[in-house]
Design a protein around this ligand. Structure first.
Ligand code: URA
Length: 435
C-alpha cells in the first residue's frame, strides 16, 4: 500500500477501506508516513468528505492508537458527557455530581481550556487542594465508592488524534465535519464509556456558527457512536452568548455550586437539567426525560446533589467547605465595573469576545504553557432582554491589578454588548436533539 495512492483515491472522491485508513493512521503515529502526505490527505477529506463507514473506521483507528480505558469492572452503564466547547460552560461541574446523585456512575476524563473556551480541569483545580491526577486504581475506586470521578486526560489517549489535530491546525484543515467528529469521538471511545451525551454548541462562541452546521456535526458523531456500539445522543445548545453569568475558573465553580444549591442563573440551570436528563435515560435510570427531570429536581431540592459535589471534592483532595462558604474559593483583589456607554435593550453578548477578554485577564491560556490565574474573570450583570441606561453596570471584571490588561478587557467587554432600541426576540437555549 502507498500513501500517495490513498491520497489520490480520496482526492477523486473514492471511499477508503478500513485497511487504507488503518495504514494512514499507523503511518502517522509511527512516523512512516510524512506529515506532508497526511496533510494532503486531510485536505482531500475537507473537499471530498467521508462516508459514515469511513468516519467510523477513522475514529476506531485513532481510538485504538494509544491507551484505552476499560470501565467494565464498574457496575452500571457509564455515561460520558462531552461539550464541543463554549464560554462560561460549567455544565460538567453541575451535571457530573447531579447524575451521580441519581445513580449514574460518572468516570470522566476532561480537558484544559485553550483560547477563548475554558476547560473543566482548570475549573476544578481552582478549588483549593483539588487533584485532577489520580492513579488508575484510585480513579476506579472513587467511582465505585461515591459514583463520580473527574481526571485530566492521560497523555496517551488517542495519540493519532493529537498528531493529526496539530497538523490540521496549521494546514487549515480543522473545519471538516468528519475530521472533527472522528477527533472528538476517538477520545470518548478510548475513554471507555458505554454511552455518550454530546453537547454540541452553536453560535458566535462555538466552532459551529449555525444550528444547521451543528446539527450536521451532531449527526456525524451520533452515527459514529451507533456504528461502534456506544449509544450516543447529541443536544444542540446555544453559544451565541456566554452560558450563565460568570466566565473564569473560580467564578464558574461558584456559579455551579449555586445551581446545585437550587439557585443560580436560569439558562445554566436549564441547559444542565436537559443534559443531565438525557444522561439518566442513557444510563437506564429513567424511562424518559420527563421522569429524569423530576428525579434531578428532587436531587437538587433535597440537597443530595450538593452533598455529592462535596463528597466528590473531598475524594479528590479539595476543600468541601467551599459548598457552604463560597469565599473559600480564590478571590481576585480588585473589581472593575464595565458601564454602558448608551441606553438600550441588550440584544446579544458576543461570546467569543467575552471569552477572549477573560483570557486577557489571565483566566485562560493563549498557548498551552501559559499559567492560569484562577481568581480572575468576568461576571455579566446585564443579559439579553435586559434594559440598561447610560452608565448602568453591564459587567464586573475580577482582576489582579487595575492595569492595561484590565483597561483593554473593559473596552472589549463593552464592545461585546449589542444594544438596540427594541427588546428583540430571545434566542432559544436549545436548538434540537439528535439521537
Ligand atoms: N475538538 C476536538 O477535539 N477535535 C476537533 O477536531 C475539533 C474540536
Amino acid at each position: 500500500m502507498r500513501a500517495v495512492d490513498i491520497i489520490r483515491k480520496k482526492r477523486f472522491g473514492g471511499e477508503l477501506t478500513e485497511q487504507e485508513i488503518g495504514f494512514l493512521i499507523k503511518g502517522l503515529v509511527d512516523g512512516a508516513i510524512p506529515d506532508y502526505q497526511i496533510s494532503a490527505w486531510a485536505m482531500a477529506v475537507c473537499y471530498m468528505g467521508m462516508t459514515d463507514k469511513e468516519t467510523a473506521a477513522l475514529t476506531l483507528a485513532m481510538a485504538n492508537s494509544g491507551d484505552t480505558v476499560d470501565l467494565s469492572s464498574i457496575a452500571g452503564v457509564k455515561v460520558d458527557k462531552h461539550s464541543t466547547g463554549g464560554v462560561g460552560d460549567k455544565t460538567t461541574l453541575i451535571v457530573a455530581p447531579l447524575v451521580a446523585a441519581c445513580g449514574v456512575p460518572v468516570a470522566k476524563m476532561s480537558g484544559r481550556g485553550l483560547g477563548h473556551t475554558g476547560g473543566t480541569i482548570d475549573k476544578l483545580e481552582s478549588i483549593p487542594g483539588f487533584r485532577t491526577e489520580l492513579s488508575r486504581d484510585d480513579f476506579f475506586a472513587q467511582v465505585e465508592d461515591i459514583g463520580v470521578a473527574v481526571i485530566g486526560q492521560s497523555g496517551n489517549i488517542a495519540p493519532a488524534d493529537k498528531k493529526l489535530y496539530a497538523l490540521r491546525d496549521v494546514t487549515a484543515t480543522v473545519e471538516s465535519i468528519p475530521l472533527i467528529a472522528s477527533s472528538v469521538m476517538s477520545k470518548k471511545i478510548a475513554a471507555g464509556a458505554d454511552a455518550i451525551l454530546l453537547d454540541v454548541k452553536t453560535g458566535d462562541g462555538a466552532f459551529m456558527k449555525t444550528p444547521e452546521d451543528a446539527a450536521k456535526l451532531a449527526a456525524a458523531m451520533v452515527a459514529i457512536g451507533n456504528q461502534v456500539g456506544r449509544q450516543t445522543v447529541a443536544v444542540i445548545s446555544d453559544m451565541d452568548q456566554p452560558l450563565g453569568r460568570t466566565i473564569g475558573n473560580a467564578l464558574e465553580v461558584r456559579e455551579a455550586i449555586e445551581v446545585l444549591r437550587g439557585e443560580g442563573p436560569e439558562d445554566l440551570r436549564e441547559v444542565s437539567l436537559v443534559l443531565a436528563s438525557h444522561m439518566l435515560v442513557l444510563g437506564g435510570i429513567a424511562g424518559d426525560t420527563d421522569a429524569a427531570r423530576r428525579m434531578l429536581e428532587t436531587a437538587i431540592s433535597s440537597g443530595e446533589a450538593l452533598r455529592k459535589f462535596a463528597a466528590f471534592v473531598t475524594a479528590q483532595g479539595g476543600d468541601p467547605a467551599v459548598t457552604e462558604d463560597l469565599s473559600r474559593l480564590p478571590q481576585a483583589p480588585l473589581r472593575v465595573p464595565v458601564s454602558s456607554a448608551e441606553a438600550g435593550y441588550v440584544l446579544g453578548i458576543e461570546a467569543e469576545a467575552i471569552g477572549l477578554a477573560a483570557m486577557t485577564l489571565g483566566a485562560g491560556r493563549a498557548t498551552k504553557d501559559d499559567e492560569i490565574d484562577y481568581a480572575v474573570g468576568i461576571e455579566l450583570a446585564a443579559k439579553p432582554g435586559d434594559f440598561v441606561r447610560e452608565g448602568d453596570l453591564l459587567a464586573t471584571l475580577y482582576v489582579r491589578a487595575d492595569d492595561m490588561r484590565a483597561e483593554s478587557a473593559v473596552q472589549s467587554v463593552r464592545a461585546a454588548y449589542r444594544l438596540g432600541v427594541e427588546q428583540g426576540e430571545p434566542r432559544p437555549l436549545l436548538h434540537g436533539i439528535v439521537q
